[in-house]
Design a protein around this ligand. Structure first.
Ligand code: MOS
Length: 752
């Protein structure tokens, strides 16, 4: 029997390092002679820097330099407009390039000093005079300026319509029309962005908080005109990122700029307030029109979304496309447009677009189910999509029905009475809601290296990252099982450009992408060992059929005669081989990709209790049933779904970065006024992984779980709030004033 590690609930291999504090995050790295940078942020939203006076700051002993647009020039990037790997179409913002202010809190200067405290104090002495221009930051007021979202970003595809949704909607007996508005949200990982840049012997070493070391390496190379080989980026641990680390952030630029100029190691970290200055989940406005026949068959879906972007880049995400795939419907009309505003470019945030679109389509489905007087779960099953109608392709696998069934069973859905306000406990109105979720199962090209040494230890590496998802652990499991060594003999390394090239960690594709490369490289080592075993004289397996050898727990054994066995260590010694090293590249099977749609799915069931007098909403139970192919590690995977559900609750009820449109500035840019749930807000969360075998999607049959857990949650909660109260709150977050209908909900419309 071969030892299995894949699919086992193995604890994080990096867990001990994390809880004992030996895991080093980007701001933890220290070197002798380090200087500290502090960023000065713009106080206005749009205009020009009229003058910038640094004399007072520079006069302080220990202040080394103040970088501004006046003294930073001649960078290659200022001419070539280099784009990073996660850049949307447009021209990326280039810090300290010119005197123009494009958004509130834009970095306008970097003060570098011997100590952090001195740099921070000196930054208060930098006097910036502005010429203020009028700005505009309100999406709703600017909807008339919307324009098509151009292609340009990986993964984004223009929405495809089909049939004639306008006509079908016009003629239908049962229909709803509704608008939904989402607030801005910021990622707020606990770890702040920080970069330490060290310039030594014409080589640059950079410690950065990032979801992709190679992205930063290429960025630095292009921005500063350095050869890639002279730039090494290291990022072994990341304290949460959720998409915020997909693009190189400006502290990276600042730290490298200062280190190259001052010829001294420089560390630049952002403050919590500045964490609100480089990208967010955009404000969106969505309009949904759905119609169905008397028996509950969907006849038409119309989904329009408008999202904000900056004046310089077209941030695009897939908001409406899911509405063409989630349900069977012959008439679908989809539209997605952007509105350019005076703000920084929005940025991918966990399940970008899907979270936004799913809340709207899943709320609208609920509204139509009520219009039909149907149970919302039965309505969804009635319109189940067996294939991807949008692309005209089958799914490689889709166990969503099992998600509905197992989730409903666990939740006790059949005990639900469909009428709003029909379930209560004293003055607590009880509501049960359901929603569907879908996400892409991507695979990106990746490389991995394996190094097996004489002591039988295996080191496998790839330049990916672990943003807290469990990458270290699952790659260790895959490596141990694929080669056949004990898991304790395997070390997985990541987060370093000295390691083989890997894509950004994002899109829930790391398990599949890096996993496939790790599997492939370990199988190469395995083949070499098998060959060695039958070719080495004095090996008990000499002359055996190499294809008939089992490798397990560090031993190579004959299938036919288990008494013939040798440890890997003994074999290497006997053969006089010091080590075995292999590299492998893996990538998606393009033929399968063309033929099938790869999606993960989930069904989310939520229970809310709403205080009838106060309008406060508590989410008392969530069941999230997930079909995501093979689950590599039920423990780390469950954590991913739990985290997603918690964030979904947060999105539904709490998160809202408030822009003061008169100032064009996010006002609650701190963790006291930006609301997130605390432990007391989170109650019972049940995660179910339904069995889903998929031999097509990738060699491991894995679909990724980083994002699927958040997608349906806000919809399920919004639907539960309606079921509890009879009030349909369409604008997130669902706050007590909206539940009590005190606040005017300017975008709400009633069913037609
Ligand atoms: Mo994620 S938004 O793919 O880091």
């Amino acid at each position: 029997m071969k030892t299995e590690y894949i699919g086992k609930p193995i604890s994080r291999v990096d867990g001990q390092a994390k809880v004992t504090g030996t895991a080093e995050y980007s701001a933890d790295f220290k070197v002798d002679g380090m200087a500290y940078g502090y960023v000065v942020s713009s106080g206005i939203t749009k205009g020009k820097i009229a003058s910038i006076d640094t004399t007072e700051a520079l006069a302080l002993p220990g202040v080394l330099h103040v970088f501004t647009h006046e003294n930073v020039s001649g960078l290659p990037w200022f001419n070539i407009k280099y784009k990073d790997m996660d850049a949307p179409s447009g021209a990326p913002f280039r810090p300290l390039h010119d005197n123009r202010i494009r958004y509130s809190m834009q970095p306008v200067a970097l003060v570098v000093a011997d100590t952090f405290e001195l740099a921070r104090y000196a930054a208060t002495l930098v006097k910036v005079a502005y010429k203020v221009h009028p700005h505009t930051t309100d999406l709703i007021k600017n909807l008339h300026r919307s324009h098509k979202a151009p292609l340009g970003k990986l993964g984004y595809v223009q929405p495809k319509s089909r049939g004639n949704a306008d006509e079908a909607f016009e003629a239908a007996d049962h229909k709803i029309s509704a608008s939904y508005k989402h607030s801005a949200e910021h990622h707020n990982p606990l770890e702040l962005f920080s970069t330490t840049a060290i310039w030594e012997n014409e080589k640059l070493t950079v410690y950065d908080k990032t979801q992709g070391v190679s992205n930063c390496q290429f960025y630095i190379g292009n921005v500063f005109g350095l050869a890639y080989k002279d730039v090494r980026v290291i990022s072994p641990f990341v304290g949460g990122a959720f998409g915020s680390g997909l693009r190189p952030q400006y502290q990276l630029f600042m730290a490298v700029l200062a280190a190259l100029e001052l010829k001294r190691p420089v560390k630049v970290g952002l403050t919590r307030q500045q964490m609100f200055s480089f990208g967010h989940r955009p404000v969106t406005f969505q309009q949904l029109e759905l119609s169905a026949t008397e028996d509950g068959s969907l006849e038409s879906i119309k989904h329009e979304a408008f999202a904000e972007t900056s004046m310089f880049e077209n941030y695009t995400e897939i908001i409406v496309n899911w509405s063409g795939t989630m349900y069977h419907c012959d008439n679908v009309k989809l539209k997605y447009e952007l509105v350019d505003l005076d703000m920084f470019t929005p940025l991918d945030m966990r399940a970008p677009g899907a979270v936004t679109g799913a809340h709207a389509i899943e709320s609208a489905m609920d509204e139509l189910a009520y219009e039909l007087k149907m149970d919302p779960l039965i309505f969804r099953l009635k319109n189940y999509a067996d294939e991807d109608q949008k692309e005209g392709k089958p799914f490689s696998s889709k166990e969503l029905i099992a998600c509905y069934r197992e989730g409903a069973e666990k939740f006790g859905w059949t005990a639900r009475s469909n009428e709003p306000r029909s379930m209560r406990e004293g003055n607590q109105l009880i509501g049960w809601g359901v929603a569907t979720a879908a996400w892409d199962a991507f695979q990106a090209p990746a490389r991995a290296r394996a190094f097996l040494s004489l002591d039988g230890k295996l080191v496998v590496s790839s330049g990916t990252s672990d943003i807290g998802t469990g990458t270290y652990t699952i790659m260790t499991q895959i490596a141990a099982e694929s080669l056949g060594v004990k898991i304790d003999d395997v070390t997985f390394k990541l987060g370093d450009t000295a390691l083989p090239l890997a894509p950004l960690e994002g899109g829930s594709w790391t398990a599949a992408s890096i996993g496939a490369a790790v599997k492939s490289v370990c199988e190469k080592v395995k083949k070499k060992l098998q060959k060695l075993a039958v070719k080495t004289k004095n090996s008990p397996l000499y002359g055996f059929d190499k294809t008939n050898l089992l490798i397990d727990a560090g031993y190579i054994t004959s299938h036919n005669d288990p008494s013939k066995t040798i440890s890997i260590q003994d074999l290497l010694r006997l053969a006089g081989v010091n080590n075995i090293e292999e590299t492998a590249t893996s990538g998606p099977n393009m033929f399968n990709k063309m033929k099938y749609t790869f999606n993960s799915h989930a069904a989310v069931f939520a229970e809310v209790k709403v205080d009838e007098d106060l309008g406060t909403v508590r989410v008392t139970r969530v069941v999230c049933a997930v079909a995501a192919g093979r689950i590599l590690n039920p423990k780390t995977a469950r954590s991913q779904i739990l985290g997603g559900v918690v964030w979904g609750i947060s999105k539904a009820l709490e998160e809202d970065t408030k822009m003061d449109h008169q100032l064009g500035r996010f006002m609650n840019h701190n963790l006291s006024e930006y609301h997130v749930p605390v432990n007391k807000d989170i109650n019972d969360i049940e995660v179910i992984f339904v069995e889903e075998k998929d031999a097509i999607v990738n060699p491991l049959g894995v679909k990724g779980v980083g994002e699927i857990g958040i997608i349906g949650v806000a919809g399920a909660i919004a639907n539960a709030v309606f079921h509890a109260t009879g009030v349909r709150v369409r604008n997130l977050p669902i706050t007590m004033d909206k539940v009590l209908q005190i606040a005017e909900d300017d975008t709400n419309q009633t069913a037609v």
